[in-house]
Design a protein around this ligand. Structure first.
Ligand SMILES: [Ca+2]
Length: 185
């Protein structure tokens, strides 16, 4: 189901001509990984293809996920490609929202793990949307709320997007069961 929400951004722009222009933005449907990306450092709970464990909507928790264990080196990353075909060519993408479904891997009291969510447009810089400090209350991945980051990227026929997760801090490992993406353009 494609959902489109229209809302007013930047309300009114007054140009040098003195004319008023109203700018609308579209928020994409929830996009999910459709391929494996540059980073494949995490382990897979099922099979050998990474993205199929994190493309479920709603999140399917422990049914399938990608993971790092407590002893996996910090900085280990997994990334996935996102299909941008629903965004018209010529659009300027102004915001990206990432929303991981995640938990710690090992439930031991007193410690936590931190997941860093990031994205890469057109093979360029790796940009972070948020870090999630996840406690030990559960090892069943749960859906976080979306955190957005403002960007300005022209979408063309050759544009690419990857989203990913990094084992950033902590000592309990991590599970990632889905990664939801929303684009504003
Ligand atoms: Ca999953």
């Amino acid at each position: 189901m494609k959902k489109q929400l229209y809302f007013l951004i930047g309300a009114v722009i007054i140009g040098t001509t003195g004319l008023l222009a109203v700018v609308y933005a579209t928020v994409s449907a929830i996009l999910l990984p459709n391929g494996d990306g540059t980073y494949m450092g995490w382990q897979t709970s099922t099979g050998t293809v990474h993205y199929v464990n994190v493309d479920d909507q709603p999140c399917n928790g422990n049914t399938d996920y990608n993971y790092v264990v407590s002893s996996t080196p910090l900085g280990t990353k997994d990334s996935y490609t996102i299909d941008l075909s629903s965004v018209p060519n010529g659009s300027t993408i102004t915001k990206i929202g990432l929303n991981p479904c995640a938990s710690v891997f090992t439930n031991v009291s007193g410690t936590s793990s931190t997941l860093r969510a990031f994205f890469i447009f057109n093979g360029g810089a790796e940009l972070q949307t948020n870090v999630y400090i996840i406690g030990n209350s559960t090892t069943i991945p749960f859906q976080f709320t979306t955190t957005t980051r403002n960007i300005s990227v022209l979408k063309t026929a050759t544009s690419t997007l990857q989203v990913g997760a990094e084992y950033f801090k902590g000592d309990r490992g991590l599970k990632l069961s889905n990664m939801r993406v929303e684009l504003t353009y």
